[in-house]
Design a protein around this ligand. Structure first.
Ligand code: ATP
Ligand code: MG
Length: 253
């Protein structure tokens, strides 16, 4: 794997919630993690095991019950401009056009972006010519791409994606994965993608983290250093990795 500048570190993270009987429920425990700029991490695990909770903690939106999250060596105390999060359901404003939605964060945060950069981003993600449409006029896949473009234009050092390509047909989904990989290979940032899709995890994760029920107990980390090229899907290593990941997931489900 390329040598990456360490960006994010999680030290012994634990998260509990109070359930509806007033009992404390452990959702995540003993999570240690390191993500560098230039790294990609895929997180997989059964529904309800704490994947979204983990992303929300890394985005600074909820606090761990125990443990420390550090960005470039300093504790994370809340949302941080170096991190962008794309949630499960896009988060686009229906009353704003695609163009306005895409530029929202850039304007709010006063980030310098050139016209060329915007055009290049639209091309990479295949969303040229949609500026004047409203989100309601787009397909799910197009909306997802607008949300991802908006996040990347913020020039984050870490991009967090929560099941970004769920409910999209296989071919479009693979195109979107290719688009994301192209952008990732061109720019310097790290990303974490939560997915239920085995092929997606293997195609996009240089490391793959497997959480088991409630993200507690043994947490498995798989290395997948061969990822990074668009034709990885057609290699025998890719198939082997998918099989290996499937076996691991079957073992915990
Ligand atoms: N604010 C909250 N209060 C109480 N319990 C919560 C809260 N948020 C999440 N949980 C619980 O924590 C557990 C993990 O939730 P989380 O949304 O992180 O799962 P997930 O792995 O993202 O699931 P999915 O794959 O279905 O999206 C679930 O049992 C959920 O009910
Ligand atoms: Mg989730």
């Amino acid at each position: 794997m390329d040598s990456c500048r360490e960006f994010l570190r999680l030290r012994d993270i634990k998260k509990t919630f109070i359930d509806n009987k007033g009992q404390e429920k452990i959702v995540l425990e003993g999570i240690n993690l390191q993500v560098g700029i230039g790294d990609s991490l895929a997180i997989v695990g059964p529904s309800g095991c704490g994947k979204t909770t983990l992303l929300l903690m890394i985005a600074g939106l909820i606090k761990p019950t125990k443990g420390l999250i550090e960005l470039e060596g300093a504790p994370l105390n809340g949302p941080d401009r170096r991190i962008a999060l794309v949630l499960q359901h896009y988060g686009l404003f229906p009353w704003k056009t695609v163009g306005q939605n895409m530029m929202l964060g850039v304007k709010l945060q006063n980030i310098q972006v050139t016209e060329d950069e915007i055009e290049e981003m639209k091309k990479d993600l295949g969303i040229e010519g949609l500026d004047h449409f409203y989100p309601g006029q787009l397909s799910g896949g197009q909306r997802q791409r607008v949300a991802i473009a908006r996040a990347i234009l913020l020039k984050p050092l870490l991009l967090l994606l929560d099941e970004p390509f769920a409910a999209i047909d296989t071919i479009t989904r693979e195109r979107l994965q290719n688009g994301l990989l192209r952008v990732f290979n061109q720019r310097r940032f790290g990303f974490i993608i939560v997915t239920h899709n085995i092929e997606e995890a293997v195609f996009l994760g240089k490391k793959i983290m497997v959480l088991n029920h409630y993200g507690t107990g043994e947490i498995l980390m798989m290395d997948n250093p061969e990822m990074g090229s668009l034709d990885y899907r057609n290699t025998s290593i890719f198939f082997e990795r998918c099989l290996e990941l499937r076996r691991v997931l079957e073992g915990i489900s």
